[in-house]
Ligand binder design. Sequence first.
Ligand code: ATP
Ligand code: MG
Length: 566
Amino acid sequence: MASTTTSETTTSNFVRDIIIDDLKTGKYQGRVHTRFPPEPNGYLHIGHAKSICLNFGLAAEFGGQCNLRFDDTNPEKEETEYVESIMENIRWLGFDWEDRLYYASDYFEQLYKWAVQLIKASKAYVCDLSAEEVRQYRGTLTEPGKESPYRNRSVEENLNLFERMRAGEFPDGARTLRSKIDMASPNLNMRDPVMYRILHAEHHRTGDKWCIYPMYDFTHGQSDSIERITHSICTLEFEDHRPLYDWYVEQLGIYHPQQIEFDRLNLTYTVLSKRKLLTLVQERHVRGWDDPRMPTLAGIRRRGYTPEAIRNFCTSIGVSKTNGILELGLLEHFVREDLNKRAPRVMAVLRPLRVVIDNYPEGQVEMLEAINNPEDASMGTRQVPFSRVLYIEQEDFREDPPKQFFRLAPGREVRLRYGYFITCTGVVKDEKTGEVLELHCNYDRATRGGNAPDGRKVKSTIHWVSAAQAVDAEVRLYDYLFDRPNPNEEGVVFTKFLNPKSLEVVPNAKLEPSLAGAAPFSHYQFERLGYFCADPDSTAAKPVFNRTAALRDQLAKIEKRAKDSE
Ligand code: ATP
Ligand code: MG
């Protein structure tokens, strides 16, 4: 179970321990150099944030450096749009690669030379088997593979064919370059893995210069080596690839970084595979990559998450050697914790019910002082207008209140936040439907600011907005995007588990006037309703707000559940 450390401090973890050890033994002459290596085939998500915080965070802690390297070896799926969004997201998270921006595609020429070197050393050969045949020859976990009939081509023939592959003489898939390792190896990755494939595809950076592209495994370790990375930190699924990573750098006799694997982040009610996120966008289940329901960094930023909250979350969850699923509520806990400190509190009414204060002078407007953040006195106060006609929340009134309902009801007195005590004296209803249209109340002048001189108490304080000065707004409320904790069940189309109620648009909310012109991405706490963030869809005439999170903290519940399941 993750700890709930509140401050953004480094917590101990096994990757960090390895680095501390290497610094002690002088393994890399005191250097710490990491990299974050995204493939530009989608937007970054909260799982990537874990890797970013780990790589950039460890480098910063030990006075080292972290590179940004685009692992761009799949020309068909990669786009400049993704490259740009990735850079923007990393900066937003608060990390800086300075002048160390690299692309694996910058190393294509060097990788080609290294491939030639392996051919000359009889460690690689051109193979004419089709992709399907290569699969058949590979064997299984329990059966060894079969050697390719092309495995023993002469060095000369291999050099000649590989050069002609590069020159574009052969169609896609006709041949591959494979390393000559061991078709009987218990590790399938070592059974003569493919190094190069023929692909006549336009690359986002190299254009049509290449029609052969190196495989990830033949690219990653050597790219690390070129950049003199010390600790190549990646997720657990690459553990079985580490022998191959090591084999290439050893055979080539080049600088040898060490690969270290850690657990992928998974969250309940969430999909984090880029393929699935792309499906959500392409099939229009969401409004785009930055839809506030998406676990992408662009989406959760728009939702109102702060970089600090995400970094605190990533620090607190730590890293381990086993994959698990964390509760989405834990991430919410960290955004609440951060916004509680920094978000100014304001009043907004989502579903307005008109209240007329009959004994308040017609046409009068007075300004009442409201506290911007009780957690932080330095955030000061503001003035909110009060007048004869107000809006309160529909759900703060019950004509026939149940037992535990202490808010407004006929004959009952409540406190208006920062305002006066009011007592409900009348209810106007739609004759046909019975719907409550308007309330009539009286206020007690002596309770200005919220206290009665005679010491009488009220059981409830409700929020309100003065009608004449109110700003109309659209408010978007979100629920989990999926209807079950694990939408990644094998063999089921994951979109079947979409929650049809994940977005609720409240079209006619009423906001206090200080919210007019709120800058997109600015954060607020709407008193009693939750944390909200101004959406870039806002216009001068109509602001739009996203609910980042409701107020109630689920953490206690999560911890209890975790404890119960121990
Ligand atoms: P996907 O499988 O969804 O395509 P990926 O791992 O291929 O994701 P990359 O762009 O290659 O995505 O990831 C860049 C880095 O981020 C890699 O080092 C990868 O291990 C890491 N990463 C990706 N997803 C997660 C995750 N859920 N938790 C932690 N690290 C992750
Ligand atoms: Mg990848």
